[in-house]
Design a protein around this ligand. Structure first.
Ligand code: FAD
Length: 526
């Protein structure tokens, strides 16, 4: 009789033979588990009593994930962090905090108020970042919905629309209206590559009408979707006149905000941690008992036959730690300056990765003027170098608020990095004045983080130029000599996202678990 092996039965057999790690990997291979999670509880083999030592280089999110998981599996873990603080790029700045920028450190002068803070690194968590959400849930970190796009916010471009900010709702509605009108005309003329039936043409006409809010003749005359120009409650509404098609085309909003929320990572609804995104870091710290050595800068990484030696400088003293395995989240662009005997091809891979640039500025505003303009959360887009203005989704109707006054990620010119902190605030204030009346008058204080100048970072969001990812990625996911794991969002397809950082940790942990299980089997048999 033919036996049918169901996938569930097969996984049970795999589990019996190789433990939960093997089940996890096999589930992935069979396509039974989404690559983006949910991250299974990593049931790593317990090594208590067999003293396996671990060094984690860097106390950012990837390092803390490794510490949390390995500690629970009985490993002996030490974390070595160069900075004075834990969290790496997960940085929430509050009253009295020091921003450790090379050559010009700043102290945050926001009011001493738990609602006034600025997420200088991560600020958004999408619903498909299941690993991040897994830890938020496991560690009891609260989450709230964050408005990302806001239709009442603005698009402002210099020399467009008479130099006046336009409501996003109007741009979106009019752009859709005009495109739908074109589609309707194309249907009327039946100018398609393949013949269309009369029914199909009618369906397309109806689609165009509904998509663009066209009149019965297929014309766009403006729409309520663009928002009320005035009235509409106790008096009849007055709608906006549609923008001119030329204005729409000349504006480059379609490059910036038009489809922003259609990128899954920015798709509504997003989430955030109330009180600051470092809430997840704090939760890890509460749940990790292993020593975290701060102000300890790694200076050498030496592979040995049976482990790894780490040399670091702490408070002016050189210290050495010899461990069985090392997990390294130090930004790859630093590894050339850290003495090491990592294989030449491995180093070529690390050198191929280039640091990205990121810049954010937080401004404490003495009044929440944007709420008077009908804006509650979300962002304004602009072609000025500040890029965006974000309005807080929290603290609605309170007196003050912290606005993100500038956000640049893809500008490699170092424009803001070259400025002093005061110049950055002045620059952003000028840009803001073109969008909101008397914006600059509301600014009480500001603090900026130019990641390209931050100590122990000197960049963010690693880039893989050309074909470097194809060449080196798989190799860098493997441990050098079976002992040294490179981790962090830099070793992921999602650099600049926490999900990438935790994902890289997960891959490394599963690999270690497999090696340790295999080694234990040999010892037991042998
Ligand atoms: C501007 C910005 C916006 C972002 N927005 C989002 C977002 O909205 N959502 C999201 O999910 N993610 C976002 N991210 C990405 C997120 O912050 C990262 O993916 C994540 O924090 C990376 O964690 P990591 O452990 O890989 O690296 P890091 O946090 O960079 O950790 C590396 C650690 O190594 C330490 N180190 C460096 N040199 C040494 C040395 N020689 N010795 C010892 N330690 C050393 C560093 O101090 C640091 O603590 C954003 C990042 C930035 C910068």
């Amino acid at each position: 009789m033919k036996t049918i092996l169901s996938r569930r039965h097969f996984l049970n057999l795999v589990g019996a033979a190789g433990g939960s790690t093997a089940v996890y990997k096999t589930s992935m291979a069979l396509g039974l588990m989404q690559e983006s999670g949910p991250m299974a509880k990593l049931d790593l083999q317990d090594v208590s009593g067999r003293r396996k030592t671990i060094a984690i280089l860097g106390a950012g999110l990837s390092g803390l994930t490794i510490a949390y998981e390995l500690e629970r599996a009985g490993y002996d873990v030490t974390i070595i962090e160069a900075s004075h603080r834990i969290g790496g790029r997960v940085l929430t700045v509050r009253h009295g905090d020091t921003v450790d920028e090379m050559g010009q450190s700043q102290v945050c002068n926001f009011d001493d108020d738990p609602n006034l803070y600025f997420n200088a690194g991560p600020a958004r968590i999408p619903g498909h970042h299941r690993r991040v959400l897994h830890y938020c849930k496991t560690l009891d970190v609260p989450l709230i919905v964050k408005a990302n796009m806001s239709r009442p916010a603005y698009t402002y471009e210099e020399n467009q629309f008479g130099n006046k900010p336009q409501r996003v709702s109007q741009y979106l509605s009019d752009a859709r209206g005009f495109l739908s009108e074109l589609l309707h005309k194309a249907v009327d003329k039946n100018i398609f590559d393949r013949p269309m039936s009369a029914e199909d043409l009618e369906r397309m006409r109806l689609f165009a009408k509904s998509y663009g809010d066209l009149d019965d003749g297929g014309k766009y005359n403006g729409s309520l979707r663009a928002g009320y120009k005035k009235d509409g409650f106790v008096r009849p509404e007055v709608l906006h006149d549609p923008m001119s098609f030329d204005d729409l085309l000349n504006s480059r909003f379609w490059e910036r905000g038009l489809a922003a929320s259609e990128n899954p990572d920015w798709g509504e609804p997003l989430m955030e941690i109330p009180g600051g995104m470092d809430g997840l870091i704090k939760a890890f710290v509460q749940n990790v008992k292993s020593p975290i050595k701060l102000n300890a800068q790694v200076q050498a990484v030496t592979l040995q036959n049976d482990g790894v030696d780490i040399t670091f400088n702490r408070k002016g003293k050189r210290e050495k730690l010899s461990v069985d395995y090392c997990f390294n989240s130090i930004p790859s662009h630093f590894m050339n300056a850290i003495h090491n005997n990592l294989p030449a091809e491995y180093m070529r891979g690390l050198n191929a990765l280039k640091p990205g640039h990121g810049y954010k500025l937080g401004l404490q505003m003495k009044e929440r003027f944007w709420e008077r303009e009908g804006i509650y959360g979300g962002m304004t887009f602009t072609d000025q170098r500040i890029g965006q203005i974000w309005y807080p989704s929290t603290g609605i109707h309170s007196q003050k608020g912290v606005v993100l006054g500038a956000y640049q990620f893809f500008d490699p010119s170092g424009f803001f990095e070259r400025m002093t902190p005061t110049e950055r605030i002045e620059y952003a204030a000028n840009c803001g004045d073109k969008i909101h009346k008397e914006y600059s008058k509301y600014i009480e204080s500001g603090v900026s983080v130019a990641w390209g100048r931050m100590n122990y970072m000197m960049g963010c969001g690693a880039q893989w130029p050309g074909d470097s990812r194809e060449r080196f990625y798989k190799m860098l996911q493997q441990p050098a000599s079976g002992r040294h794991y490179m981790i962090g969002d830099q070793i992921s397809y999602h650099p600049s996202w926490q999900e990438g950082a935790i994902g890289s940790a997960e891959v490394a942990l599963l690999d270690l678990d497999e090696r340790v299980r295999a080694a234990n089997k040999v010892t037991a048999n042998g």
